[in-house]
Write a protein of this length. Structure first.
Length: 161
């Protein structure tokens, strides 16, 4: 007869634990007017907060998805940017600019999304926002909308204790 003893019962090896947190939010923008000059301020699409308190070396993966509904005859270049604020501080741009551009000949809707990996972070409360940047252009026809915009944030402790 053989007996199996779990190493956990004998004070043996303990696998590393990892702190993981997930949050998501939805939003949208529009219908938008014709935009042919620089906007005074960016247009907020969606924002999400994630608390990394207690993590020693947090990293955050952002996933943005949306449906862009386009009216007939629109010429569009939408530039999406990400801002991050830490513990309620001033927002700063992170990552690059993500561009959606098309010339529409029929009513249509197109999926648009991107991911961003944010690392070298301190532990605390982060708020991420996806915005249409001030240099976005909607020409010829008004009425474009950004629908079903979802921003999810997955935070993982990259160096669990």
């Amino acid at each position: 007869m053989s007996y199996y003893y779990s190493p956990y019962e004998c004070g043996g090896y303990q696998p590393p634990t990892s702190a993981v947190r997930l949050n998501a939010a939805t939003g949208g923008a529009g219908p938008l007017p014709i935009i042919t000059t620089l906007l005074a301020d960016p247009i907020n699409v969606v924002a999400v907060s994630i608390d990394t308190s207690g993590m020693s070396h947090p990293v955050v993966l952002l996933n943005f998805t949306s449906i862009i509904s386009l009216p007939l005859g629109v010429s569009v270049t939408l530039n999406f940017e990400i801002t991050r604020s830490f513990n309620g501080g001033a927002p700063v741009n992170v990552g690059s600019t993500y561009t959606f551009s098309t010339l529409v000949t029929a009513l249509e809707a197109e999926a648009f999304g991107f991911q961003f990996f944010d690392n070298n972070l301190d532990s605390g409360l982060y708020t991420y926002s996806v915005q249409l940047s001030t240099n976005s252009i909607i020409d010829i026809t008004p009425g474009l909308t950004v629908n079903n915009a979802t921003l999810s944030a997955l935070a993982v402790d990259n160096n669990p204790a």
